[in-house]
Ligand binder design. Structure first.
Ligand SMILES: *Cc1c(COP(=O)(O)O)cnc(C)c1O
Length: 754
């Protein structure tokens, strides 16, 4: 009996080779076990129970067809092959399209049916769910950002084979994408929602579709990489085993397998992935009485299934020193890489295999060669840009899109009006600081919106633009800036950002210096980091708030305010925060004996989310306010970027197309800069292109390999990092960066202009 085992590395991110070897040795003491690996750095080659080590050239140096012939040779000679890496299984499946009775890993068809993230075979039949995901190569950046917002920026960016990067914001996603694409030589990545819960696995062995054995393992201790360090082994419940048996039969599955899952607080099992091999902890299952490598080998060789004693129902790992195999002396440490340190996470040379497979089109991602889809750009953007005769203007310059702007304000006003009714009026207020352009304030005024200011300077601007004082909300931590002269008529609401601020407002109200029809408190959201508002989530803070409210005149109507950007914390989380705000308001009412007359839900909405929210979210929120805070007569909303962002585009021109193309990347210098587009690297923008001369039509650009470098002499000056600029682009061409009307405009600054 000759058994070939691969994937021998035993480190903090271990492979299954050694666990399989120990299991097989326990069942077949006389077997000749050959450890196969592709790197002298793989620690398992020194394990004393291996009879022979067959060390190959590194994957990226190997002639893969010859190696396939040698594998076929050892199989034909009677050997069994247990692959210990996903990537090698995939390569082998390609080399043996008609399978081999002693190649103990799944066929290509089976592998395709269990591919992550969708894992179609399991999703259709097993009692598991798959967390929402998007393939990055098949999604425009604009839509990817929307997906991340919808899932609370609580996500993982994962490679097709191994590795995952936690993603909580756009720059992290872009950096992770560059890193993983470089590492694994593929754009075939996906973003998947994080699931909170406890990790467990089902591990099994099957031969030609017949289930030979299976266990359930619950992780009891983890490494820093969240790998198993200890676990307990139990039987797989029949409700899981029965459909698993059917799936394996349908796939004619051969080999080991592990379904990695998370059990959430509601007992729902979320399938993360189905690995086409045994897990590294496989010897733990052997200790618990189910020796799956031995069952698999016995079945393949037509032997009786060996008996396995139960030693314990749980296992833990320890760290052992073993003598180094004299035939394979230790190599020196590699040169440290500047960014990632020592590249030792994948010591078996898997990165090289990925590269080699990619260059020979064997990888899973051949479908990725189609360019990523273009983002949808509404026709009104193009007509407004054409009407503005944007080509005539010097660049860089912001171009106002009047139809786009008006449509946003009108839609908002109409939705608010439709949701207003007896007892409760919904009142959107445009956030001035987001973009104080008078044209936007005029749009707001004409559509019937209020104005929301964070300083008395902004109050003055609103008054100049025709807003009566009673249509202005005043908010924020520095509202007395630049001085504290109030307009003669009272403002609609003045919100306190802290207890000190509340005391100052109360004193001002008593002395007549602060003229407000209502005084509000901004509540600091519990469990979310925010520097704003009055904390409520511990008893002392809460009672201090209750005491401070008692200092306000009885006749003064009270308002409450929450503001947390859903574009940052995600839409689902925002909705939960809203629910919790209603509860906190109820608690404040109960403790003070005073009812809130109005509620302000703040801003922070991405334009697309806002449009959705107006019809799906806001109606439910209004109903909840009516039900839970019946004394609230006015519900304020404070959209800023939801209305301003689409309303302007930044026009730029290409200055230079650099000749050096680094790693397939084209570097292009534009006359715009980080000073004109400060949010360029923090969120995606849709970009339009037109050849010089202004005659040709505007074309939407997708993602690509062009880096738009700003005109400034600063290392971090990029307008965009990965743009699909056409080959024909030339100096003088026009670029219009859409979605630049909010903080790009208001926070842009003069720099490098003499
Ligand atoms: C900035 C601000 C807004 C608007 O935020 P956007 O992200 O532009 O929607 C609303 N309310 C308050 C209190 C603000 O400070």
């Amino acid at each position: 009996m000759t058994l070939y085992l691969t994937g021998l590395h035993s480190g903090t991110n271990p492979q299954p080779g050694l666990g399989s070897a120990r299991s097989l040795r326990a069942a077949f003491p006389k077997a000749h076990i050959v450890g196969v690996d592709y790197s002298p750095r793989s620690s398992g080659i020194h394990w004393p129970e291996l009879d022979q080590i067959w060390l190959q050239r590194p994957w990226d140096e190997m002639h893969l067809p010859s190696y396939a012939d040698r594998v076929r040779g050892v199989l034909d000679a009677g050997g069994c092959w247990l692959s210990g890496t996903d990537l090698e299984s995939r390569w082998l499946a390609g080399q043996f399209p008609d399978a081999h009775p002693r190649l103990l890993s799944p066929s290509m068809a089976a592998l395709q049916s269990i591919e992550k993230p969708g894992v179609p075979a399991a999703a259709a039949a097993l009692p598991v769910r798959i967390a929402p995901y998007r393939h990055t190569a098949a999604t425009s950046d604009w839509d990817l950002h929307a997906f991340c917002r919808a899932h609370d920026w609580n996500l993982w960016l994962k490679g097709p084979y191994y590795d995952a990067v936690r993603v909580t914001n756009w720059p992290a996603l872009e950096a992770g994408r560059r890193f993983l694409t470089g590492l694994w030589t593929t754009e075939d990545l996906f973003v998947q929602k994080h699931v909170a819960g406890f990790e467990e696995s089902v591990c099994f062995a099957a031969y030609e579709g017949e289930l030979l054995g299976a266990v359930r393992m619950v992780k009891r201790d983890l490494t820093d990489l969240s790998k198993t360090w200890a676990g307990s082994i139990t039987e797989v419940p029949e409700s899981f085993l029965q459909p698993l048996r059917a799936v394996l039969r349908d796939l004619r599955y051969t080999g080991g397998g592990e379904l990695e899952m998370i059990r959430d607080a509601d007992e729902v099992l979320w399938l993360l992935e189905w690995n086409p091999r045994f897990p590294a902890w496989i010897y733990g299952a052997t200790l618990a009485g189910t020796n799956m490598p031995a069952l698999l080998v016995a079945r393949a060789l037509g032997l009786d299934a060996p008996a396995t004693p139960v030693q314990a129902r749980a296992f833990t790992r320890v760290v052992l020193e073993v003598p180094v195999n004299a035939d394979h002396p230790l190599p020196p440490l590699p040169e440290p890489l500047p960014v990632t340190g020592f590249g030792l996470k994948h010591p078996s040379g898997l990165l090289g295999l990925a590269k080699n497979m990619h260059s020979t089109a064997l990888a899973a991602d051949t479908a990725v060669s189609t360019p990523p889809p273009l983002p949808a750009v509404p026709a009104s953007y193009l007509t407004d840009l054409e009407a503005a005769q944007a080509s005539e203007h010097p660049t860089p310059q912001f171009i106002f899109l009047p139809t786009v702007a008006e449509a946003g304000f009108r839609r908002t006003a109409a939705a608010a009006q439709a949701l207003s009714g007896p007892g409760l009026t919904v009142l959107p207020a445009y956030s001035i600081k987001t973009n104080p352009d008078a044209r936007l304030l005029q749009c707001a005024r004409q559509a019937g919106l209020l104005a929301e200011a964070i300083s008395l300077a902004e109050v003055r601007k609103a008054l100049q633009c025709g807003f009566p004082a009673g249509d202005i909300l005043l908010n924020g931590p520095g509202k007395w800036y630049p001085d504290s002269t109030f307009p003669e008529a009272p403002l609609r609401v003045v919100f306190a950002d802290s207890l000190a601020d509340l005391e100052r407002i109360a004193a001002g109200v008593r002395s007549g210096a602060v003229k407000a029809a209502s005084v509000g408190i901004r509540l600091r959201p519990p469990h979310i980091t925010s520097r704003f508002g009055i904390p409520t989530d511990h008893p002392e803070a809460f009672s201090a708030l209750v005491r401070a409210i008692a200092g306000l005149p009885e006749s003064m109507p009270l308002s409450a305010h929450m503001h947390m950007a859903s574009s940052t914390i995600g839409v689902e989380r925002w909705l939960r925060l809203f629910q919790s705000t209603l509860h906190w308001c109820g608690a404040v009412q109960a403790m003070t004996g005073r009812a809130f007359a109005s509620l302000d839900l703040g801003g922070g909405w991405a334009p697309d989310d806002w449009t959705t929210f107006l019809t799906n979210g806001l109606p439910q929120a209004v109903a909840a306010v009516r039900a839970q805070l019946p004394d609230v007569k006015e519900l304020f909303l404070e959209p800023g970027k939801a209305l301003a962002e689409p309303a302007m585009a930044l026009a730029m021109r290409i200055l230079e197309i650099k000749e050096d193309r680094e790693g397939g990347r084209t570097e292009v210098v534009v006359d715009g800069s980080v000073a004109d587009l400060p949010m360029g690297q923090f969120q995606p923008h849709r970009i339009l292109h037109r050849s010089a001369g202004g005659q040709s039509p505007l074309q939407v650009l997708g993602r690509g390999t062009t880096q738009l470098q700003g005109r400034l002499c600063m290392e971090h000056d990029f307008a965009a990092l990965s743009v699909g600029l056409p080959e024909t682009a030339a100096p003088g061409d026009e670029l219009y960066v859409c979605d630049a009307g909010a903080y790009d405009k208001s926070m842009s600054y003069d720099f490098g202009k003499g």
